[in-house]
Design a protein around this ligand. Sequence first.
Ligand SMILES: Nc1ncnc2c1ncn2[C@@H]1O[C@H](COP(=O)(O)OP(=O)(O)OP(=O)(O)O)[C@@H](O)[C@H]1O
Length: 625
Amino acid sequence: MKERIQRIVDKMKQLSLFHRFKSLWRIEDTGDNLISESPPVPVMDIFRRFWPYARPYRYWIILSLLLIALQPIVQSGTIWLLQVFIDSVLTNGDFDPLYWLIFSYLGLTIIHGILYFSGTYLSNWVGESFILSLRKSLFEHLQGLSLHFFVEHKLGDIISRISGDIASIERLVITGATSAVSYLFQIVVFTGMLFFMEWKLALVSLVVVPLFYLVTRFFSKRIKMASRERTRREGAINALSEESFSNVALMQAYNQQEAESKRFSLQNQRSFKAKMLKVRLKAAFTPVISFIEMAGTLVVMVAGAWLLFNGGITLGTLIAFVTLLSKLYAPVRRLSKLLNTIYSASASAERVIEYLEEKPLVKESAYALEHPAARIEFDQVSFSYPDKSKTILSNVSFQIEPGESVALVGSSGVGKSTIVKLLMRFYDPTNGRILLDGNVLKGLQIDSLRENIAVLFQESLIFDGTVKENIAYGNPGATDEEIVKAAKFADAHEFIRDMDNGYDTWIGQKGRNLSGGQQKRLAIARSMIRNAPILILDEPTEGLDGGSERRLLNPIKRLMEEKATLIITHNLRSAAFADRILYLEEGEVKEMGSHEALLAQDGKYATLYYMQQGETGHETAVHSL
Ligand SMILES: Nc1ncnc2c1ncn2[C@@H]1O[C@H](COP(=O)(O)OP(=O)(O)OP(=O)(O)O)[C@@H](O)[C@H]1O
């Protein structure tokens, strides 16, 4: 016998049945962290964290609870009317109460309808208003985070948290809390009635309460795990879709559709597995709870029968007790199910809390700078990116006087764009100071600093809107005349006029309906209309052919007039017309001076310059301007 059992156990091990059964209820660790898990937060802390958003609606929540609670009372009234109808009208043949019975029945049905409509409408209104204010505040919070946050996090996942995860929190804070209150209320009332009816049997019926608790805890924990996995995978699916479709040209040009589909399917399969685990858990939960309920009822019936035969209670009390017990189990079951919903919603809440806890890297200050002359000074500035050990800039010092232009040149990755990011306060220096008109940048209100800067990014950032809207982005209060003037300055007026709807032409997502040069000129017009005393030009002629480049140089020079300008460029023809040039190497300023002075110095700048001239094979465009 012992051997036979051992053989069965061995066979089970061989088939790894036990392991397979266990793995049916677990999330397998795939080690794939496309979107990492958010830190766990206890449910009560989540509730406390989000309650302030629901607080303004607390009286409406109470009213909707009342409306919901009144509905079963009215329904019970209609059942009572039916009883009166059967007992008085049908059984006794007394037709007197018939008229008031009919009117009362109609009246109660109308009242029930009104209660149902107002209760449903109000509870949904409260829920949606909560989502509205939470989503708005998360959006505003994210807008205030540093650029670094958006470098570190996937855009698709951010969108998935703003849209899907936010809505789940409502199920926890509003629907969850209000339903929990109403179920608890029913449980307290029914338990009180059971004790009032027969306290000994009531005590016996409580035997299964710890079982309810343990089973619910077991399932809730696993449902939460599955929900965390599911929301994480949904974030990954969004992130992959966003990435693939925003690089659709690259994907198609390199025939990467299949590889992208594989990556996408993998995340979908993991999301599917997590969802199926959740379904298994939820589907298994209901029969397990029913089994406990039945066990509780059986225990009560056995104890009741014993009490009945020993003269402790009457048969009527026993039947009424068991009927009432089944009424108690309904809210208990609902409460247990609700706990599962709350735990699964808490997985989404953790993802939102993770973002809400993020703080901007740069601290805001109160001092707003008005109309600066724009004298910029970098004083022994050193910098490393957060959590990175590599020093990107070390002891960089230079000044830009009002109206002066300075070009930053040097090989790729030397830290030119990083200097701009520091000037715009996307980051603060690790050491040293940056000053504007003698004020340390860290002590200035960020908005007031950026209001005084017009920036022409390397990649012309065009958004889905009209030509007019894209130019006016630099100064939302600009008049039509000012927009046209800026476009003329930027040599953009001609091509805009030739478009189907002129300045009202829709230019499509990321300006895909425009050529590279046209996008650049629109971006110049936008910088122009800002009329800020500081100008930053990041690779202004990058990616343009010689003709387009020459056409752009004039508007750029016009844009630079009377502004403190910082130009980043690899193209030394564009650098040459700056008043001063800073040659950077390994995060340090190696040479500084005018184009002519640096050529006379015959150092690294001069070598690079002559090398480029040799490559392009023609004289500097500067002299031809
Ligand atoms: N967000 C970031 N986190 C960590 N390192 C970064 C980050 N951004 C840039 N770097 C690193 O900082 C260094 C300087 O980058 P930066 O963009 O300033 O160079 P650059 O001189 O402007 O280069 P390019 O001429 O190619 O545009 C590079 O080594 C880059 O890898």
